[in-house]
Write a protein that binds this ligand. Structure first.
Ligand code: HEC
Length: 144
C-alpha cells in the first residue's frame, strides 16, 4: 500500500513536470477529472478517512502519503483535465474555491500526521469531506 502511494506521488509529480509547457506556467494535466477522482483521490481519501487509530509510524506514514496525494491531486483538479467538460469546470471560480478547501484540508491532515495528533487528524478529515460533496452538487449533480 505504502509503495503504491509513494509511486502515485512520484507519478503525479512526473506528470506535472513532463507536462509543464515552460517554467512558471501551470502544468497541463494528462488525465481526466473523472480518472483523477477515481484512481487518485478516492484511494487517498479512503486511507485518510479509514485509519481510525494510528499507532505505528508506518500507519502515520500511510496517512502522510495520502495527505500528500490529496494536496497534489487538488492542484491538478484546479488545472483542469482531458475530459470534455474539465476545462470549462476548471475556469469557474467556484471550482477553484472547492479545490482550495480540499488542498488546505490536505495540508492540515499532513501537519496533523507529522505531529501524530489524532484529534487534529479527525478535524482535517471532517473539513475534507464538504468540498467533495459541494463540488459534486454544483458541477455534477448525480455524482455521490
Ligand atoms: C472541484 C470540484 C470537485 C471536488 C473538490 C471533488 N470532486 Fe469528485 N468529482 C468532480 C466532478 C466534476 C466529477 C465528475 C467528473 C465527470 O463526470 O467527468 C467527480 C467525480 C468523482 C467520483 C466519481 C463518481 C462516479 O460517478 O463514478 C468520485 C468517486 C469522486 N469524485 C470523489 C471525490 C472525493 C472523495 C472528493 C473529496 C476528497 C472529491 N471527489 C472532490 C468534482 C469534484
Amino acid at each position: 500500500m505504502k509503495l503504491i502511494i509513494a509511486s502515485l506521488v512520484a507519478f503525479l509529480t512526473l506528470l506535472a513536470a513532463r507536462n509543464a509547457t515552460s517554467e512558471g506556467e501551470d502544468p497541463v494535466p494528462a488525465m481526466s477529472i473523472m480518472d483523477l477522482m477515481v484512481t487518485v483521490i478516492t484511494p487517498a481519501t479512503d486511507t485518510l478517512w479509514g485509519i481510525e487509530d494510528p499507532q505505528t509510524d508506518e500507519e502515520w506514514q500511510a496517512f502522510i502519503d495520502a495527505a500528500n496525494i490529496v494536496i497534489e491531486a487538488g492542484k491538478t483538479v484546479k488545472a483542469g483535465g482531458t475530459g470534455p467538460n474539465d476545462n470549462t469546470w476548471a475556469s469557474d471560480p467556484a471550482w477553484d474555491a472547492f479545490a482550495d478547501v480540499m488542498i488546505s484540508a490536505g495540508i492540515d491532515a499532513l501537519e496533523a500526521a507529522r505531529k501524530q495528533d489524532v484529534d487534529a487528524m479527525f478535524d482535517a478529515g471532517g473539513v475534507l469531506y464538504p468540498p467533495c460533496e459541494e463540488c459534486h452538487i454544483q458541477f455534477n449533480p448525480g455524482v455521490q
